[in-house]
Design a binder for this molecule. Structure first.
Ligand SMILES: C[S@@+](CC[C@H](N)C(=O)[O-])C[C@H]1O[C@@H](n2cnc3c(N)ncnc32)[C@H](O)[C@@H]1O
Length: 265
């Protein structure tokens, strides 16, 4: 084998190893340390440093990196939610985004809501740095019509049945299991009759190769996410809560899902 091929192979392997170790340190690794230090008593104890430390937030939040993490399906998933919002009658209504997320999902969702006539968009997140970072992405009308709320998704200070649409983008897989159902219950409480919850999440892949790779990823980096495949399937949890009709759309060989839950009138 040519020497340059060996060097290239070693360089790529080294880069992947360093990236993996870095990601582990700022996600699951930090949780292990927190548990060891018994530093798990706050409401935000489950939030990875990657979402709470401003330097890490700024380091990671680049569209190509974020798109790659979602296997280049990010644009497609966000577009599906944007299209869903455009099909609603939002004139004079309020829209809620439950938790910030990296990339351009928040500016795109806010713009779609405003274009469709929404009066106000509220963005709730438990971490102040995430809210500040997200706010810096919103310009002009999008900024003027948006309200940032430092609140817990399981205990929102938002009036019952007050929002016409509620977008939850890849939050559930990061929550401890007991909070997954609490967050959905809270989302249900604030959504008005006829209103919709748009929930984007990971899903159990159809092909066994993808399933094995995905399982390994979750076991190493995001162990709370695997339960979405079975014991904490969001559609099952929403059905348990009751009062909603769910439609599930899967993407990319079943790797991802968007659930549109409509509240009964
Ligand atoms: C939505 S997930 C990340 C999604 C995805 N991995 C991405 O960024 O593309 C991370 C966000 O959820 C927020 N979060 C975690 N637990 C929360 C809770 N209980 N209430 C509100 N926000 C929460 C974190 O602060 C962070 O901003």
């Amino acid at each position: 084998m040519e020497t340059w091929v060996i060097y290239l192979f070693v360089a790529v392997l080294a880069l992947l190893t360093v990236t993996g170790l870095f990601l582990f340190t700022v996600t699951r690794g930090a949780m292990v340390v927190r548990r060891y230090l018994s530093d798990t008593h706050t409401d935000a104890a489950h939030v990875y440093p990657i979402y709470s430390n401003m330097r890490l937030i700024r380091l990671i939040d680049f569209q190509p990196i974020i798109s790659a993490i979602l296997l280049f399906q990010y644009h497609r998933l966000v577009s599906a939610i944007v299209e869903g919002l455009h099909n609603l009658e939002l004139r004079g209504q309020k829209v809620l985004i439950t938790s910030c997320a990296f990339g351009n999902v928040i500016p795109r969702v806010v713009s779609a809501a405003i274009e469709t006539g929404a009066d106000k968009v509220m963005i709730a997140d438990i971490i102040r740095n995430e809210l500040a970072h997200t706010e810096s992405k919103l310009l002009g009308a999008a900024h003027a019509r948006t309200e940032m709320l430092e609140q817990n998704a399981v205990n929102l200070k938002v009036a019952s049945e007050s929002v016409a649409a509620n977008v939850i983008f890849f939050l559930l897989h990061e929550l401890p299991h007991s909070l997954k159902i609490e967050a959905l219950r809270e989302a249900g409480r604030v959504t008005q009759p006829g209103g919709k919850i748009f929930l984007a999440e990971f899903h159990r892949p159809e092909r066994w190769v993808l399933r094995a790779l995905s399982w390994t990823y979750f076991k190493v980096f995001e162990p709370l996410g695997l339960a979405l495949w079975d014991t904490h399937d969001p559609v099952m949890l929403i059905d348990e809560i009751g009062g909603f009709t769910c439609e599930r759309h899967t993407y990319s060989c079943g790797n991802f899902q968007i659930i549109v839950a409509t509240k009964s009138r």
